[in-house]
Design a protein around this ligand. Structure first.
Ligand SMILES: [Zn+2]
Length: 218
């Protein structure tokens, strides 16, 4: 309640423009019209993508337009202030309590070298504040064991090879018997998420649902 008031006061003192239409934004960093247009959760058709390990996967926005621009700014220009805006798209698109059966939220990790180079995992910056607001437990339980080439540079066949065996569960004792929500910034082929789901289930997870901020899947 107090936080809502503080946010309202801050947005009056420091008004922001909506990154999509340049109109004045509300305290969530988007104008209401663009928020409504951009944040629309949709199920990814897992069978079409041949992703057999995930139990479901939801994407909150299309990987295009302002969402794409802001994610790129985060990853390649290290503009971390956009994380909050992205996290608000999650609030808008996902009904509270949708993940009530989830025991822990696990982010797709970056390789230690890339994390060092970038200074942050954009997925954690986007999803962690949302998970906290939802009362969900955040768990860094995966590690990328190989520094893989960025997936978007590769063909589908190369992507599969690239991801195979690239992940490891670091804390299996916290995964066994649990329902996991696996989160990532972008869903493209889904191969990365599926590979993470495979190792989580090998470690004893009973359910792995995927949640991506943006989907570039066609
Ligand atoms: Zn707008």
């Amino acid at each position: 309640m107090l936080k809502d008031w503080l946010e309202a006061i801050l947005s009056l003192l420091f008004p922001q423009r909506c990154p999509a239409c340049r109109q004045w934004a509300d305290s969530h960093g988007w104008c209401q019209a663009c928020m409504g247009k951009l944040a629309k959760a949709s199920q990814v058709a897992l069978a079409i993508h041949n992703l057999t390990s995930l139990d479901e996967c939801l994407a909150v926005a299309d990987y295009s337009g302002p969402v794409q621009r802001l994610i790129r700014d985060m990853k390649f220009r290290r503009v971390t202030k956009y994380a909050e805006r992205h996290s608000r798209l999650l609030d808008h698109a996902i009904a509270p309590g949708r993940y009530h059966e989830i025991d822990a939220v696990v982010p797709v990790p970056l390789h230690a070298e890339r994390l060092k180079e970038r200074g942050f995992n954009q997925t954690a910056l986007i999803f962690k504040p949302w998970a906290v607001r939802q009362g969900l437990i955040w768990l860094d339980a995966l590690e990328r064991t190989r520094a893989t080439a960025p997936q978007w540079e590769l063909s589908l066949k190369e992507r599969r090879k690239n991801s195979k065996g690239a992940f490891k569960v670091t804390r299996p004792e916290l995964i066994i018997g649990k329902s996991i929500l696996l989160v990532d910034d972008i869903f493209t082929s889904g191969i990365t998420m599926n590979e993470c789901s495979v190792v989580l289930k090998q470690a004893g997870a009973i359910k792995v649902k995927g949640l991506a901020l943006a989907s570039g899947a066609r």
